[in-house]
Design a protein around this ligand. Structure first.
Ligand SMILES: *[C@@H]1O[C@H](CO)[C@@H](O)[C@H](O)[C@H]1NC(C)=O
Ligand SMILES: [Cu+2]
Length: 304
């Protein structure tokens, strides 16, 4: 009796420890700080979504607007940082092999309807995307495409396939485990590549999809034949990669005599807000911290 109870508890614990969610994003190598419930519509736990017909497929189980947005421009690299219990921990269990994907939708949709566009995916090109993510200490990125100005949700996603040899619909203690978090961004550049949209969550994935039901333990099988679920990556995407953020420790001031910020408009930017960069017309003063250039295009208020 005692032993049995212990075994059950242990397996529940090991499962809980295996899961993952997003801690923060980095813009061009600058950490935007703990985003949970701030600019990330964070779920309350690191548990997966397994019912792919559920409304939680769009932005997980807590899809409500959060107070902040991260300002970005076309060409900026947005790096997502995943963790399971603590920042810089072991990210996700090594058993949780599978693909890594990123989608985008206008924030005005709240993720509902046929509004999602795929910006990036990686499956298995000889190694699993999740193994690459473990090697990059939980970091992967996309480059912001040249979309019209406005508010958008970025939806990075990991699909863990260790129990995906059967669909959740026929065995609800198994099935693929999906991890997605939505990040609120504001694109301040104004490009002309309008998102084609065309995909909904729920809707884009189904239990007859070979990317959702797949046996990663099949003997002799060629894992590079794994098909990442969902559409192909949008032709307007500027790409992405599973790699650690190129952390900016000594930002170089803008070259060519442009190192003095243009006169500000008297407004101040919040901590981690943008405070300068080529073409920036917003605040150049920091309410908190100091304004540091991360690149010619982006300066940010960081703790002094
Ligand atoms: C973006 O460009 C379009 C097309 O030129 C224009 O209609 C729109 O007002 C611009 N939006 C912003 C926020 O600058
Ligand atoms: Cu798990």
């Amino acid at each position: 009796m005692q032993l049995k109870a212990f075994v059950v508890l242990a397996s529940v614990l090991s499962t809980a420890l295996a899961h993952t969610r997003v801690w923060s994003v980095w813009i061009n190598g600058v950490d935007q700080g703990d985003g949970k419930g701030q600019y990330i519509r964070s779920p309350p736990t690191n548990n997966p979504v397994k019912d792919i017909t559920s409304s939680a497929m769009s932005c997980n189980v807590n899809n409500q607007a959060v107070p902040k947005v991260v300002s970005v421009r076309a060409g900026d690299t947005v790096t997502f940082e995943w963790f399971h219990d603590y920042r810089n921990d072991d990210i996700i269990a090594t058993s949780h092999k599978g693909p890594v994907l990123v989608y985008i939708a206008p924030t005005s949709s709240n993720g509902a309807g046929s509004v999602w566009t795929k910006l990036f995916h990686a499956g298995n090109d000889g190694s699993w995307a999740v193994d690459k993510l473990l090697n990059s200490k939980g970091h992967h990125n996309v480059v912001i495409p040249d979309v019209p100005a406005g508010d958008y949700l970025l939806r990075p996603e990991i699909i863990a396939l260790h129990e995906a040899n059967v669909p959740y619909s026929s065995n609800n203690i198994r099935g693929a485990q999906l991890y997605m978090n939505c990040i609120q961004i504001k694109v301040t550049s104004n490009g002309s590549k309008t998102l084609p949209s065309g995909n909904s969550f729920p809707g884009t994935y189904s239990y007859s999809n070979p990317g959702i039901v797949f046996d990663i333990y099949a003997k002799g099988a060629d894992m590079t034949k794994y098909q990442v679920p969902g559409p192909s990556v949008w032709s307007g995407s500027s790409g992405g990669a599973i790699t650690r953020a190129a952390i900016v420790t000594n930002p170089t001031p803008p070259s060519g005599g442009g190192s003095t910020p243009a006169p500000g408009n008297g407004q101040t930017a919040a901590l981690y807000g943008q405070c300068g960069g080529t073409g920036w017309t917003g605040p150049t003063l920091c309410a908190e911290g100091v304004c540091k250039a991360a690149s010619e295009y982006y300066s940010q208020c960081v703790p002094a």
